[in-house]
Design a protein around this ligand. Structure first.
Ligand code: NDP
Length: 380
C-alpha cells in the first residue's frame, strides 16, 4: 500500500507560449509517472483549465489499475496542463504543444513513458506533440506517443476505442440479465471523443441515444442523435452542442440543463469527473435505468455509486469500462514495435476480446471475494 500510493516520479514544468496577438502566456505542465511495475508508464495528457496536481494524481492512480486490468504490459501515468484550448487558433495550439513537448520530451521514450490523449488532447494535438519530439530527438520513435494519425504510426480503431470498448463492456453486463442494446434508450453525457464513439457503437447495436451534452448544456432528440451531424459539428467544425438545433426541429436544447433527468434505460457519463451526483443517481433509478457505466474517469460521485448499488442496477466502473482506449494504445505500441499496421476489423476484434476479458476478470474476482455482480469490487 505504502509503495503504490506514492508516485514513482512527479514532474511539474513551465510552459511559456505566444498567442496570435504576440502576448506571452505561461501555463503549468504536469506528468505523474505513477507506477512502472508492469511496463512503461502509460496514460493520457489532459489540457483543461481545471488541471492541477490533484486531478492528475487521481487520474494517474486510477490508470495503474485500469492498465493492469487490460492484462497488457503497461504501467500507469497521467499528465497535462492547465491550458484552455477553447477558442484558440490552430497556430496557438501548435505553439503550446511544441512548448509543452520541449520540456516533457526528456522524460519520455517508447520503453520509458508513453503519453496519449485525454480531455482537450485529440489527434491534432498528438500530431503537434509527436512532431516536436521527432524534431528534438532526431528520431522517428513512433512508440513514444499513441493516438497518432493513421499515416504516421497510428492504429486503426484508436479514435473509436474508448467509446466502442465501453459499449462492448456494457453489452457483457447486459448479457448477465439476458438483455441487449436492441431497442434500448440511452443517454450519453459529453460530446467529445468518448461520447461520439459511444453513440456510434450503440446505434450499430440497435440502441437509440436520445441526448448528449457539452459543458454549456444538453440536447435532447427523441428521434435519436444524428451522428453524422454530431461528428461534423464537434470533430470538424469544433462548434458547440447547441448548434445541432437548427438542423433538427424536433430537438430541444437546454442550457445548463441536467442531462440525468431524462428517463432512459442506459446512462453513460462520458464527459468528466463528478458529473453525476447522488440526486442524479436517484432520478435515474426512479426513471427505471437498468445499467450505468463510466466512459469518463470517475464521473459518478461515491454517493451516487451507493445509490446504484442499493438499487441493484448494473454498474460498470470507469477503470474497467473505459479501458478500451488505453488497451488500443498498447496495441498501437505493439504495431509500432513490429513496424506493422493491422486493419480495422482485426483491431476492433482484438479490442472486443480485451473488453470481454476485462469484464470476465471483474466478474470472476467479484465472485471470488464474495461480492457477485459488484464490478467495482471485482475491478479493484
Ligand atoms: P474530449 O475533450 O474529447 O471531450 C470532453 C467532453 O466532455 C466535451 O464534450 C466537454 O465539453 C465535456 N466536458 C469536459 N469538461 C467538462 C466539465 N468540467 N463539465 C462538463 N462537461 C465537460 O475528452 P474525451 O472524450 O477524450 O474524455 C472524456 C472523459 O473520458 C474524461 O474523463 C477522460 O479522462 C475519459 N477517458 C478518455 C479516454 C480517451 O481515450 N479519450 C480514455 C479513458 C477515459 P466542452 O467542450 O464544453 O468542454
Amino acid at each position: 500500500m505504502e509503495r503504490i500510493v506514492e508516485p514513482e516520479r512527479q514532474i511539474v514544468f513551465r510552459v511559456p507560449w505566444v498567442d496570435d496577438k504576440g502576448e506571452i502566456h505561461v501555463n503549468r505542465g504536469f506528468r505523474i509517472e505513477f507506477n512502472s511495475a508492469l511496463g512503461p508508464y502509460k496514460g493520457g495528457l489532459r489540457f483543461h483549465p481545471s488541471v492541477n496536481f490533484g486531478v492528475i494524481k487521481f487520474l494517474g492512480f486510477e490508470q495503474i489499475f485500469k492498465n493492469s486490468l487490460t492484462d497488457l504490459p503497461i504501467g500507469g501515468a497521467k499528465g497535462g496542463a492547465d491550458f484552455d484550448p477553447k477558442g484558440k487558433s490552430d497556430k496557438e495550439i501548435m505553439l503550446f504543444c511544441q512548448s509543452f513537448m520541449t520540456e516533457l520530451y526528456r522524460h519520455l521514450g517508447e520503453n520509458t513513458d508513453v503519453p496519449a490523449g485525454d480531455i482537450g488532447v485529440g489527434s491534432r494535438e498528438i500530431g503537434y506533440l509527436f512532431g516536436q519530439y521527432k524534431r528534438i530527438t532526431n528520431k522517428f520513435e513512433a512508440g513514444v506517443i499513441t493516438g497518432k494519425g493513421l499515416r504516421y504510426g497510428g492504429s486503426s480503431v484508436r479514435t473509436e476505442a474508448t467509446g466502442y470498448g465501453l459499449v462492448f463492456f456494457v453489452d457483457e453486463m447486459l448479457k448477465t440479465i439476458n438483455e441487449t442494446f436492441e431497442g434500448k434508450t440511452c443517454v450519453v453525457s459529453g460530446s467529445g471523443n468518448v461520447a461520439i464513439y459511444t453513440v456510434e457503437k450503440i446505434h450499430q447495436l440497435g440502441g437509440k441515444v436520445i441526448a448528449v451534452s457539452d459543458s454549456d448544456g444538453y440536447i435532447y432528440d427523441k428521434e435519436g442523435i444524428d451522428l453524422d451531424l454530431l461528428k461534423q459539428l464537434k470533430e470538424v467544425e469544433r462548434r458547440r452542442i447547441k448548434d445541432y438545433i437548427p438542423y433538427h426541429k424536433q430537438a430541444i436544447y437546454k442550457p445548463n440543463g441536467n442531462i440525468w433527468e431524462i428517463p432512459c434505460d442506459i446512462a453513460l457519463p462520458c464527459a468528466t469527473q463528478n458529473e453525476l451526483d447522488e440526486n442524479d443517481a436517484e432520478s435515474l433509478v426512479k426513471n427505471g435505468v437498468i445499467a450505468i457505466a463510466e466512459g469518463a474517469n470517475m464521473p459518478c460521485t461515491p454517493a451516487a455509486i451507493r445509490v446504484f448499488e442499493k438499487a441493484k442496477v448494473l454498474f460498470g466502473p470507469g477503470k474497467a469500462a473505459n479501458g478500451g482506449g488505453v488497451a488500443t494504445s498498447a496495441l498501437e505500441m505493439e504495431q509500432n514495435a513490429g513496424k506493422t499496421r493491422w486493419d480495422f476489423e482485426y483491431t476492433e476484434n482484438k479490442l472486443k476480446k480485451i473488453m470481454q476479458g476485462i469484464f470476465r476478470r471483474c466478474s470472476q474476482a467479484a465472485i471470488e471475494y464474495g461480492f457477485p455482480n459488484n464490478y467495482i469490487v471485482g475491478a479493484n
